[in-house]
Design a protein around this ligand. Structure first.
Ligand SMILES: Cc1ncc(C[n+]2csc(CCOP(=O)(O)OP(=O)(O)O)c2C)c(N)n1
Ligand code: SF4
Ligand SMILES: [Mg+2]
Length: 304
C-alpha cells in the first residue's frame, strides 16, 4: 500500500471505516451496536478484545479503533483489563500522565466469552471491584467459528451443533442476573436498533466507577440466517416481542427501560430467522413454540 493510501485510511473518521473498510458481514448487528457505543465513549479508550468476530476490526491498518486495542484469549479479557487499568493507575499516581490522559478500560467480547469461557475471570474481576466497562455483543453463538451453540443460545434455535428437529434443547443463560448477583456498579441490556435507550445507558455507565456490563443484542445475518437488510427490523422485533428485555440494574434494583405494550407474538420474531425455520416448516412444532412463548409470557407476567 502506498503512503498516500495509508494516510487517507488513517484520516478517515472511525465511523466510515466501521461502515466500509472492515472485513465484517454486511448487516452485522453487533457491529451496529459497537459503532453506536464507540461514538459515545470515543477514542480515549482501550479495548481488551477476546477472540471472536470483532477481533477482525483490528486488521491493521484498516482498524476503525483510533484508541488502543489489546487482544486476549477468550477466557481472559477481564484479566487483561486489570493489567491495563493497573498500569494506568500507576502512571496516574506517579504523575507520569495527567487525569486528562486517562483512558476508559473496556472488555469487548462475544457471548461465548462473556456467558461461558470467560465467566470465571469476569466474576473474579467484579469481586475485586475492577473499574471497567464490559461490552458483550450477544449473537447467541460462537459466530466466528461457524455459529456453534454457546451458553447464550436461545431455546429451540438451530446452530452448527444443534441441528435436530427441536434445535437447541437448553436455555439461554441469564447473564444479566449472574452479574447482578455480584452487586456491580451497573448492568444493562441494549440493542443497536434502539439507539436512544442505548445512548442513555452508555452515558450513565460512563458516569459510574466499578464493574459495569453492557449486553448488546447482536442480530447476526450469517449465524441467524436472515437477509442483512433486515438486521435493524430483527433487533426491533426482539424488543417488541419481549424476547430481549431492555433493562438496567443499579443499587440492587432493576428497572425496565422499555416495556413492550402491546407485546407482539414471539412468532413475529422467530419466523423471520432461518435458525428457527424448523419450528415452522414442514409443520409447526407446537411443543417447542409453546415453550418459547410461555417462557417469555412468564417473564413479563412477573414484571407487569
Ligand atoms: C479457549 C478457546 N476455545 C476456542 C477458541 C476458538 N474460537 C475463536 S473465536 C470463537 C468464537 C467466540 O464466540 P463469541 O465469544 O460468542 O464471539 P463471536 O465469534 O460470536 O463474535 C472460538 C470458539 C478460542 N480462541 N479459544
Ligand atoms: S458472523 Fe454474525 S456477529 Fe460475526 S461478523 Fe458476521 S454478522 Fe457479525
Ligand atoms: Mg457470539
Amino acid at each position: 500500500m502506498s503512503d498516500k493510501t495509508f494516510k487517507r485510511i488513517q484520516d478517515l473518521p472511525a465511523r466510515h471505516l466501521l461502515e466500509a473498510g472492515t472485513p465484517m458481514c454486511a448487516g452485522c448487528g453487533g457491529l451496529e451496536a459497537i459503532r453506536e457505543i464507540y461514538d459515545l465513549i470515543g477514542e480515549k479508550t482501550v479495548f481488551v478484545n477476546a477472540a471472536g468476530c470483532m477481533t477482525l476490526l483490528a486488521v491493521y491498518p484498516f482498524t476503525p479503533f483510533r484508541g488502543s486495542w489489546l487482544y486476549t484469549a477468550m477466557a481472559s479479557a477481564p484479566a487483561g483489563v486489570q493489567g491495563v487499568r493497573d498500569a494506568l493507575d500507576i502512571l496516574l499516581k506517579k504523575g507520569l500522565i495527567g487525569p486528562d490522559e486517562d483512558l476508559e478500560t473496556v472488555a469487548l467480547t462475544g457471548d461465548g466469552a462473556a456467558y461461558g469461557i470467560g465467566l470465571s475471570s469476569t466474576s473474579a474481576a467484579i469481586d475485586r471491584g475492577l473499574n471497567f466497562m464490559y461490552i458483550c455483543y450477544d449473537n447467541e453463538g460462537y459466530g466466528n467459528t461457524g455459529q456453534q451453540t454457546s451458553a447464550a443460545t436461545p431455546h429451540g434455535a438451530r446452530t452448527a451443533t444443534s441441528k435436530g428437529p427441536n434445535g437447541y434443547c437448553g436455555h439461554k443463560k441469564d447473564l444479566y442476573a449472574v452479574w447482578a448477583a455480584h452487586k456491580p456498579a451497573y448492568v444493562a441490556t441494549v440493542a443497536g436498533a434502539e439507539p436512544l435507550d442505548l445512548a442513555r445507558k452508555i452515558k450513565k455507565a460512563r458516569g459510574l466507577a466499578g464493574p459495569r456490563l453492557i449486553i448488546a443484542l447482536a442480530p447476526c445475518p450469517t449465524g441467524w440466517d436472515f437477509d442483512p437488510s433486515e438486521s435493524v427490523e430483527i433487533g426491533k422485533l426482539a424488543v417488541k416481542t419481549g424476547i430481549w428485555p431492555l433493562k438496567e440494574y443499579q443499587d440492587g434494583k432493576t428497572v425496565h427501560t422499555v416495556v413492550p405494550r402491546p407485546r407482539l407474538h414471539v412468532d413475529e420474531y422467530l419466523k423471520r430467522q432461518g435458525r428457527f425455520s424448523h419450528l415452522f416448516f414442514p409443520k409447526r412444532n407446537e411443543v417447542v413454540l409453546k415453550e418459547i412463548r410461555e417462557a417469555v409470557d412468564a417473564y413479563w407476567d412477573g414484571i407487569c
